[in-house]
Structure formats: C-alpha cells, structure tokens
Design a protein around this ligand. Structure first.
Ligand code: CU
Length: 222
C-alpha cells in the first residue's frame, strides 16, 4: 500500500506541473456569443500581426468542401489565400456548385463524384456557396489573409495556437452577422508565455433557411 500512495503522489504532482507549465508560444482563446449571450458556432476569428512582419501563408495543397446528403460540409471552411479547394460530391446525385461572391466567382457545372477540378481561392474574403439544383444548400469558404485563424465550435470557443509574440489586430466574421467584420476589430498584445482571452458579442440576423425539397417534384435531381 505505501508504494501505491507514493505512485499516486508522483502522479498528482506531475499533473500540477502540467497545469502550471507556461505555453511555449502565444495562444489566443476567443469566445463568440450572440446578442442573447448564447455561444455561436462557425465564427471565424482572424489575427493579423501589426508589427510589420509578414506572416507567411502556409501551402495547403489539399482542402475539401464536401457535399453530403445535399448539404455542404463543413458549413464554414477557412482556407488561406492561394489555397486550392476540391468539392467532392459524396451523394449519388449530381450537384452544381456556384458562387457569385466578389472574392471568387465560379461554378462547377453538374457533376458527380470527384470529377470537378479544384478551385483556386486567390483573393481574401468570404465566398458564399450555392447549388443550382438544391436551393437550400448553403456553405461558406472564408479566404483568410493571415495564417492565424480559428473557428468557433458549438460552445462558441475558438483557439488560435502557436502565435508568435507581438501585437495583433483581431477580428471576427460569421455568415449570419449584422455589420462588418471590420467593426469587430480589436488590438491585443500576445506574449509567449501566457494565453490571451478575448470575447465578442455579435448581433445575428434572423435565420432564414430555404426548406429542403420534399415530395416528388424534381425527383430526377434529388
Ligand atoms: Cu446540389
């Protein structure tokens, strides 16, 4: 029994050190809520360095925006400028992906499987995706001009890990937000050894979703 106690003691002390260990790089923890104080999923948090250093954008050779059960998955995807995105169709019907957004106007005419070529996103900003056949299909690609970004989970929390110390302008974008992402901009100084916490409250527009088709009309496409 004494041996057991000693082991337990070492374990607990180890745990305490793990908790107390400083982060080796900067970390930004963001919490995004709506006007009612409820956490928001799919908010994109972007940190841009203000010290003049050019943050190198990573090469992302293979990004995917799936189409599954006549929905885009994920609902919001973040890529960096210069990224190629594939649009694999995992349904056994055809989709017709398009965007009229200024950051990328394109269309992938009716196709099935993985036959569509990847799309290059070479301009920063939001790209709203639709499907010519299924009006309710709505997805978003956010093309980021910084490698330091995160996306909030259901609990409203987004983490940007491994940010070099320095001063940053941090902003938030959400597909349903009222106002501009520029209006959410705030400055923060990040240190190597301490995580910074930031919180935003966004006002969301009332949700209007086009209902999914039902019944037999247009069955050839569904
Ligand atoms: Cu479709």
């Amino acid at each position: 029994m004494p041996k057991f106690n000693a082991d337990l003691c070492v374990f607990i002390v180890g745990l305490m050190f793990a908790w107390a260990a400083p982060a080796s790089a900067g970390e930004l923890h963001a919490l995004v809520k709506d006007q009612n104080g409820q956490p928001i999923e799919d908010a994109v948090v972007l940190a841009t360095p203000l010290d003049g250093k050019n943050a190198t954008l990573p090469k992302q050779p293979h990004n995917e925006m799936d189409q599954i059960d006549k929905e885009y998955l994920p609902h919001v995807k973040v890529v960096t400028v210069g990224s190629k995105v594939y649009f694999p169709n995992k349904d056994n019907i055809r989709h017709h992906v398009y965007s009229f957004s200024p950051a990328k106007v394109f269309e992938l005419p009716l196709y099935s499987g993985t036959s569509a070529p990847p799309v290059l996103f070479d301009k920063a900003g939001q790209v709203t995706l639709g499907c010519n056949i299924h009006d309710w299909m709505l997805g978003y690609i956010y093309v980021a001009d910084t490698p330091f970004f995160g996306k909030s989970a259901k609990n409203g929390k987004a983490l940007i890990a491994d940010i070099p110390a320095g001063e940053y302008a941090v902003r938030v974008w959400h597909p349903d937000m009222k106002g501009t992402e520029g209006s959410t901009m705030r400055k923060v100084v990040l240190e190597d050894t301490r995580a910074a916490n930031m919180e935003w409250q966004l006002t969301l527009k009332p949700l209007f979703r086009i209902p999914r088709a039902s019944g037999s009309s247009g069955a050839a496409y569904r």
